[in-house]
Ligand binder design. Structure first.
Ligand SMILES: [Zn+2]
Length: 268
């Protein structure tokens, strides 16, 4: 289980004690119910603790800064290699103590760098998704990360529905689900599968649900089908010539009950 992509930066900030009190409280409430974010928080805390306890406790060996400087200057071949600086006599376990600890620290830093790379690589902006569900998950993640969740930001379905007029060539239903704990957050037009599709956005606590709506390709069954992709849940169904995909990091059970409420109220 992985952390919610839209929480990742905040989770790291909390682990670094860099979050203000209000956001820290809200995030801690989320951590209480989200195993993925909690695991990520504990992972970052563990790395921090290791670095603070072990790596920082060792002083850099004498001459290391000079040798790093030489390595950085290595591109200039005119500089002759200097003899290695003499190692200071270690107190108890000999010079290998330094080598081992620095190797350890560099391993930890490499781990941190890899973690950052994973964070940066999350949205896969350059990847070419093969299937529609890949593109929908990418659209969902993009909407959370790029601060582009909604183009029309309102909880009023009477504003969202007409907003789609003229932007897409079909009229998606926008049912009101706030009484069921799924407040409407707004809508936007997304580009998925080579065409413009409607994305209707609902909330559930701190989670976001994108409902992608597009003209049916005839392949989807009327009955809802649940799939999972890259840590996200997708529920697909088809009705009235339109295909619907609800995409979220919300747990399967709640997303399925959202789907059933959406389908019922959209029909009613
Ligand atoms: Zn989470």
């Amino acid at each position: 289980m992985s952390a919610c992509p839209d929480k990742l930066l905040a989770v790291h900030a909390l682990a670094d004690n860099e979050l203000d009190a209000a956001n820290a409280l809200a995030l801690e409430a989320h951590l209480a119910e989200c195993a993925g974010c909690r695991a990520e928080y504990e992972r970052v805390r563990a790395i921090r603790a290791l670095l603070a306890d072990k790596a920082a406790a060792y002083a850099a060996p004498a001459g290391l800064a000079d040798r790093i400087g030489l390595m950085l200057d290595a591109a200039a071949p005119a500089v002759p290699p200097l003899p290695a600086a003499p190692q200071p006599r270690a107190r108890s376990r000999g010079p290998w103590r330094h080598v081992a600890s620095w190797r350890w620290a560099s391993g930890a830093l490499t781990g941190l760098a890899a973690g950052l790379l994973i964070m940066v690589a999350l949205p896969h902006p350059g990847a070419s998704p093969t299937g529609l569900s890949d593109q929908l998950v990418a659209g969902h993640v993009r909407s959370l990360l790029a601060d582009h969740l909604t183009d029309v930001q309102t909880s009023d379905k009477h504003l969202v529905k007409p907003w789609f007029n003229g932007r897409i060539d079909f009229a998606p239903p926008v049912p009101e689900l706030v009484d069921d704990g799924f407040p409407l957050l707004g809508g936007r037009v997304d580009y998925v599968g080579g065409r413009n599709v409607a994305a209707i956005v609902y909330g559930r606590r701190l989670h976001r649900i994108n409902v992608f709506v597009m003209p049916s390709d005839g392949a989807a069954s009327a009955a809802a089908v649940t799939t999972h992709k890259e840590g996200y849940n997708l529920v697909r169904w088809s009705v009235g010539g339109l295909d619907y995909w609800a995409v979220s990091d919300l747990n399967t059970k709640e997303l399925q009950s959202f789907q059933s409420l959406f389908a019922t109220k959209a029909a009613g």
